[in-house]
Write a protein that binds this ligand. Structure first.
Ligand SMILES: [Zn+2]
Length: 54
C-alpha cells in the first residue's frame, strides 16, 4: 500500500484583514477596516498592510 499524502491547503491569508499601526506609539492591530484611534494612546492608526501597492 502506498501511503497517500494528504494535500493540505494552507490558507494563511484566508481572512481579508489589514494591519494597522499607530503612527504615534507603534501599537499594531488587525482589523477589516481602520479602527480609527489607537486604543493605547489615541493616536492615528495607519494601514501598513502589504500587497496592495500596485
Ligand atoms: Zn498609539
Amino acid at each position: 500500500m502506498a501511503p497517500e499524502k494528504s494535500n493540505e491547503t494552507t490558507d494563511a491569508n484566508d481572512q481579508p484583514r489589514d494591519t494597522f499601526e499607530c503612527s504615534n506609539c507603534g501599537y499594531r492591530t488587525q482589523a477589516e477596516h481602520n479602527p480609527g484611534d489607537c486604543p493605547e494612546c489615541g493616536g492615528e492608526m495607519q494601514n501598513i498592510s502589504r500587497g496592495r501597492d500596485t
